[in-house]
Design a protein around this ligand. Structure first.
Ligand code: UDP
Length: 247
């Protein structure tokens, strides 16, 4: 069996949280710049299913992990199973833990003004070896964007968290990674809000039973339209999943 599984055209790496973080540490140790890591869930795979250029963008990343339980179920349906989900926030935590022992440098980019600073405080409390190399909020115009890129490049981080939501963060990383003086660029959605404590993760009951989507919907009803893609994703995988998985 391949070490990737093709879900509706998106080639997801069959790694768990620990394997994903080991890969990220190896990328950092290699000294390469501009590696990209994305963590698609069912909604993002549906976006990629509809948009070939976004699909190519995801497939050209260096590591693609299954953020949601829907992607894990889909891998079982196409008979090339991923053992467990590897959400961006969890990979970020385990990677910070490992990087803390090496005095790694992390740049926090995204979320509303003030959130990255608070996230940085909490990260250094929990992972004292981590050096926060810089912050930028995620609301910018072209001029501010140039300043953000210059700040990142001056800060020279091992790890850059880009938290602009999907698909903005994936597109931003893909467009700028070649000019970034950053080891690994990870698109991890609302994770800075969670590090900052402004948003709570779903309680274990919801994640354990594969209904994290229900918790997020209750907390943020505006996600409803986006979430209509979840049953569509399930139908597409049931009807067409095997065909893609053999490509
Ligand atoms: N965000 C941002 N810039 C934008 C749009 C969104 O920094 O132009 C941030 C937003 O403040 C939030 C995160 O991106 O912190 C998106 O979180 P969400 O949970 O919606 O992520 P997703 O589920 O899309 O991965």
């Amino acid at each position: 069996m391949s070490d990737k599984v093709n879900i509706l055209g998106v080639k997801v790496d069959k790694v768990n949280i620990s394997e994903a973080s080991d890969t990220i540490i190896k990328f950092i140790e290699s000294g390469d710049k501009g590696r990209s890591v994305f963590t698609p869930n069912s909604e993002i795979i549906m976006m990629a299913y509809r948009d070939e250029s976004f699909r190519d963008l995801l497939n050209s990343s260096d590591l693609l992990t299954a953020d949601g339980i829907g992607v894990v179920y889909a891998s079982r349906i196409v008979k090339n199973p991923i053992k467990e989900r590897a959400p961006g926030y969890d990979i970020a935590c385990v990677t910070l833990e490992k990087l803390s022992k090496k005095g790694g440098r992390v740049y926090l980019f995204g979320s509303k003004p003030g959130v990255a600073e608070k996230a940085g405080e909490n990260i250094t409390k929990k992972y004292p070896g981590i050096k926060i190399a810089g912050y930028s909020d995620g609301y910018f115009n072209e001029e501010k964007e140039q300043t953000i890129i210059e700040n990142i490049n001056r800060a020279n981080p091992d790890l850059l968290f880009v938290c602009l939501g999907a698909p903005k963060q994936e597109k931003w990383i893909s467009a700028h990674k070649s000019e970034l003086n950053a080891g690994v660029c990870m698109g991890i959605g609302g994770s800075l809000d969670v590090f900052a404590g402004t948003v709570k993760r779903a309680p274990e009951f919801f994640t354990k039973h594969g209904i994290e989507w229900l918790y997020r919907l209750m907390k943020q009803p505006s996600r409803f339209v986006r979430m209509l893609d979840l049953p569509r994703f399930a139908m597409k995988v049931l009807l067409k999943g095997r065909k893609f998985s053999q490509e």
